[in-house]
Design a binder for this molecule. Structure first.
Ligand code: DQA
Length: 140
């Protein structure tokens, strides 16, 4: 596991400013610096988009190049069959990640359209969910 891509979906560009009581007050770029320092041997790239098609394009392209993908699809998690199909189409293992514990929130967040296509799901550990996903990928 040498190359890991982290993909964040809609509204996650606002981490640090968006609903801090739910998502914390750290910008993702700052968290990414910490993660990269912790895993200096892993090439960790990052992509964020608010657009479903751009997320699918990235999964299709990177899914044949990187060794693993950590995906926080944001609200598209709960709606997107197209993202599920994209995950199924690529060889790289994908870990679904959420900052909040979606199962302790509104009922519409309890369903994931992508989980069945992912290797596993990590949620509810704040930003640390991403590090736990790195650890999971390192064991695959
Ligand atoms: C989220 C949970 C989703 O339900 C929500 O739409 C998000 C963020 C999380 O990381 O907790 O945008 O994926």
């Amino acid at each position: 596991m040498r190359r890991i891509l982290i993909i964040n979906g809609p509204n996650l560009n606002l981490l640090g400013k968006r609903e801090p009581s739910t998502y914390g007050n750290i910008a993702f770029e700052d968290y990414l610096d910490t993660l990269r320092r912790r895993y200096p041997d892993i090439q960790t790239t990052y992509f964020q988009s608010n657009t479903e098609g751009a997320l699918i394009d990235k999964i299709q392209q990177a899914g044949f190049e990187v060794d693993g993908i950590i995906l926080n699809a944001g609200a598209y998690t709960h709606t997107s069959v197209a993202l599920q199909d994209a995950i199924r189409a690529i060889p790289a293992p994908v870990i679904e990640v959420h900052i909040s514990n979606v199962h302790a929130r509104e009922a519409y967040r309890h369903t994931s359209m992508i989980a069945a296509a992912c290797r596993g799901v990590i949620c509810g550990f704040g930003m640390d969910s991403y590090r736990l996903a790195v650890e999971a990928l390192l064991d695959i």
